[in-house]
Design a binder for this molecule. Structure first.
Ligand code: NAP
Length: 253
């Protein structure tokens, strides 16, 4: 197994949900963690709570210039990123395609696709140069299985899965690993964001169920990243036991 206390880990979207739990998991194991997101107060709170070995960096992953500026000027202690967790992202809206808001579609493409590629492109050359590293991308079951209202969100996650496999193809011959983590139904701030701040609607979605928790996904990411260096988990699909598959709907009459 890889010794996590020797790792420098960059987690995008570390202010909440999976990202926060993942940063905390690696930090607890002794890693140095770079935590990013747009909510500076939360990043500063993490730094205050966890103390040293934490570098907060506030930027929007969809802002290409901001990504480059933040990641080319990393302090020496945090400059050699071993594990990049491309987690920042989310869904906006659940309307059918013919009623969806185009601004929501733009925003999901900008963050889930473009933002993820900007961060990857900034970090990857160093990994290849050092011949060491691991890129962990947050896809979703929505990238493999369609559901009503999943339209562009699911399509952005299909991109993440395919981009991850294509990275593996490009990186063949190097020691750099790539993993796509594809979770199902999970309770984070995801649904509050998707429903534009409607906390009650988000709460109702999880009522009476046992969804995945951020710590479940953090543990999955930690496991993938600490497996021996010759092992690459390409894709890891994780669902809570309460979730399964629906039959194909047939319209009659
Ligand atoms: N929860 C689920 O059911 C589920 C299932 C499968 C996959 N996922 C995926 O898992 C990832 C994490 O989601 P989560 O469930 O943990 O949701 P979450 O609690 O809403 O966390 C999302 C994180 O992404 C950050 N973020 C969003 N837009 C950003 C931007 N433009 N620039 C920088 N950071 C940004 C947010 O930070 P700031 O707001 O501070 O910027 C936040 O830290 C997402 O990619 C999501 O699509 C979630």
């Amino acid at each position: 197994m890889i010794d996590a206390s020797r790792l420098t880990v960059l987690v995008t979207g570390a202010t909440s949900g999976y990202g926060k739990a993942t940063a905390e998991r690696f930090h607890a194991a002794g890693a140095r963690v770079v935590v990013t997101g747009r909510r500076k107060d939360r990043l500063d709170a993490m730094r205050a709570q966890l103390g040293g070995r934490v570098l907060p960096l506030c930027f929007d992953v969809a802002d290409r210039g901001a990504v480059a500026a933040a990641l080319t000027a990393l302090p020496t202690d945090f400059a050699a990123i071993d594990v990049l967790v491309n987690n920042a992202g989310g869904a906006l809206g659940l309307e059918p395609a013919h009623q969806a808001n185009l601004d929501d579609w733009d925003a999901m493409v900008d963050v889930n696709i473009k933002g993820l590629t900007y961060v990857t492109r900034a970090v990857l050359p160093g990994m290849v140069e050092r011949n060491r590293g691991h890129i962990v991308n947050l896809g979703s079951v929505a990238g493999s299985y369609p559901y009503p209202g999943g339209n562009v969100y699911g399509a952005t996650k299909a991109f993440v899965a395919q981009f991850s496999l294509n990275l593996r193809a490009d990186l063949h011959g190097t020691a750099v690993r790539v993993t796509s983590i594809e979770p199902g139904f999970s309770e984070t701030e995801f649904s509050i964001v998707r429903f534009k701040g409607d906390v009650e609607r988000a709460k109702n979605l999880y009522a009476g169920t046992e969804p995945l928790r951020p710590a479940d996904i953090a543990e999955s990411i930690f496991w993938c990243a600490t497996l021996p260096a010759h092992v690459n988990i390409n894709r890891l699909e994780v669902m809570p036991t309460v979730q399964a598959f629906a039959p194909f709907p047939i319209k009659r009459g």
